[in-house]
Ligand binder design. Structure first.
Ligand code: NAD
Length: 469
């Protein structure tokens, strides 16, 4: 038997990640499958870059604006590649690229405030802010570009260099983004690394990293926190969600049905803060199910590259398997599919947009995160029960309340245990807002000035009064 050649031996072809188009189920490209040992060099380069980059806030602001311009100039290539590897409709990819540029521009204009402490002493005590040090950004496959920018834009504004690791399912658009930005940023300020595990685990544990900012699932988030505990690097974790939409008895179903449907099915339901459960008053439950099912049956599902498509495929084969499994379990436990409920025939990872009714409340599709085009609609008899059920999972990312009387809806929204609540909307975020989950949905705060300070540490100088000196 021939001796297997060492993967590091000269002449060995570097390992590659195969990238699959979810609309066809076929491989269409590759990316480097980098070895964790390569991180030493990458992080050493980030540390060298950091010293120059942190020194000049005005130059950084100019660079961030140039980054935004460069992203906009490359929007056609970025959006097409994103749709190809992730599956989302092209219009959603363009929106993601635009949001990436907007985030860079937003943070270009944000700088930390120096503060004099007002503590009654004659001593002058001044708080200034310093960048924490090289940042590791680890992101999932549902919004590869937008979530990457949510991490690197505030890190750059704070004066940090970033090592960015996308999901092995979606490495390509991120690599392209990395090369677009490399033309504008000083060398080593942003490095994109791609590969299978344990690349992410080793990045999170690397002693040269001072902040690990992670977006992904709860179990991986816990693993990242454990890995970063070895170096006591700061961690920011944006994790899963199981957002509830609570409909009130004065809701105008016709008026809100489109908005509610898209709050659950945008990006094929693969949104951390999508509506993942609907609670409707028993009196109007059938009407709500019917309004949503009618939309689920008639929406155009297809390749994201087809201009008419509104819902693309599930983004990858393992996720399709998870979505099919939780749906099957709910149906086996007595749920009924008012629309969909099954995989679509043919190539690609397509799952019929699904509305479930008669769902046992202890089904995984209610208690966990389906992260796909499946929505359970549950009836309630009294509002306290609905609020208790909405708050009754381990998650706490977002939530929404839908009704005609806005004051009453807001009073109910105040009772939701989550980081962001909406009234008659869901999942619309401002770049200026703090974004944080409670319970298993996260640790730390991203977004707005809070995101900037998440990448900074305070530095305090105490200076005596002139007479004493
Ligand atoms: P995931 O947790 O499997 O992977 C996320 C990233 O972590 C990927 O880059 C992956 O390669 C990497 N990774 C895997 N194992 C690792 C380890 N041991 N150490 C370090 N990194 C590791 O998540 P996913 O399946 O890619 O994405 C879906 C999840 O992301 C859902 O749970 C969704 O709710 C969540 N999400 C949350 C938010 C938010 O802002 N709260 C936003 C988008 C997605």
């Amino acid at each position: 038997m021939p001796t297997p050649r060492s993967p590091h031996a000269p002449g060995h072809r570097a390992a590659r990640l195969t990238v699959v188009d979810p609309a066809t189920g076929e491989a269409f490209d590759e990316a480097p499958d980098q070895r964790p040992e390569e991180l030493d060099q990458v992080i050493a380069r980030a540390q060298r870059a950091w010293h120059g980059w942190r020194a000049d806030p005005a130059a950084r602001a100019v660079a961030l604006r140039a980054c935004a311009d460069a992203v906009e100039t490359a929007d056609d290539d970025l959006a097409r590649l994103l749709t190809r590897e992730q599956g989302k409709p092209l219009a959603e990819s363009y929106a993601e690229v635009a949001r990436t540029a907007a985030r860079l521009r937003y943070f270009a204009d944000l700088a930390p405030r120096t503060r004099r402490l007002d503590d009654g002493r004659p001593m002058r005590s001044e708080v200034t802010w310093r960048p924490v040090g090289p940042v590791a950004a680890i992101v999932p496959w549902n919004f590869p570009l937008q979530l990457a920018a949510a991490k690197f834009a505030p890190a750059f504004a704070a004066g940090n260099a970033v090592v960015l690791k996308p999901s092995p399912h979606t490495p390509l658009a991120t690599r392209l983004l990395g090369s677009v930005l490399a033309a504008v940023l000083p060398e080593g300020v942003l490095t994109v690394v791609t590969g299978r595990e344990p690349l992410g685990a080793r990045l999170a544990a690397h002693p040269g990293i001072r902040h690990v900012t992670f977006t992904g699932s709860v179990p991986t988030g816990r693993a990242v926190a454990r890995a970063a505990s070895a170096t006591l690097a700061r961690v920011t974790l944006e994790l899963g969600g199981n957002d509830a939409a609570v409909l009130l008895d004065d809701v105008d179903v016709d008026r809100i049905a489109d908005r509610l449907f898209w709050a659950a099915f945008r990006n094929c339901g693969q949104v951390c803060m999508a509506v993942k459960r609907v609670y409707a008053p028993a009196r109007i439950h059938a009407e709500v199910v019917e309004a949503l099912a009618q939309r689920a049956k008639s929406v155009a599902v297809g390749s994201g590259l087809d201009p008419g498509t509104r819902i693309g495929p599930v983004s990858n084969a393992p996720q399709l398997g998870r979505v099919a499994r939780v749906t099957r379990q709910a149906l086996a436990a007595g749920a009924r599919a008012a629309a969909g409920g099954h995989r679509l025939d043919g190539a690609g990872f397509f799952f019929a947009p699904t509305i479930l009714t008669d769902v046992p409340p202890d089904s995984r599709v209610v208690t966990g995160e389906q992260f796909g085009p499946v929505l359970p609609v549950l009836p309630y008899q009294n509002l306290d029960e609905a609020v208790e059920a909405a708050n009754g999972t381990g998650y706490g990312l977002g939530g929404s309340v839908w009704g005609t009387d806005l004051d009453r809806a807001e009073a109910v929204a105040e009772r939701l245990e989550c980081g962001t609540a909406w009234i008659n909307h869901h999942a619309e975020l401002s770049l200026a807002q703090p974004f944080a989950g409670v319970k298993d949905s996260g640790v730390g705060v991203a977004g707005g000035p809070w995101g900037l300070y998440g990448n900074l540490r305070p530095f305090v100088v105490h200076r005596p009064p002139e007479v004493e000196a």
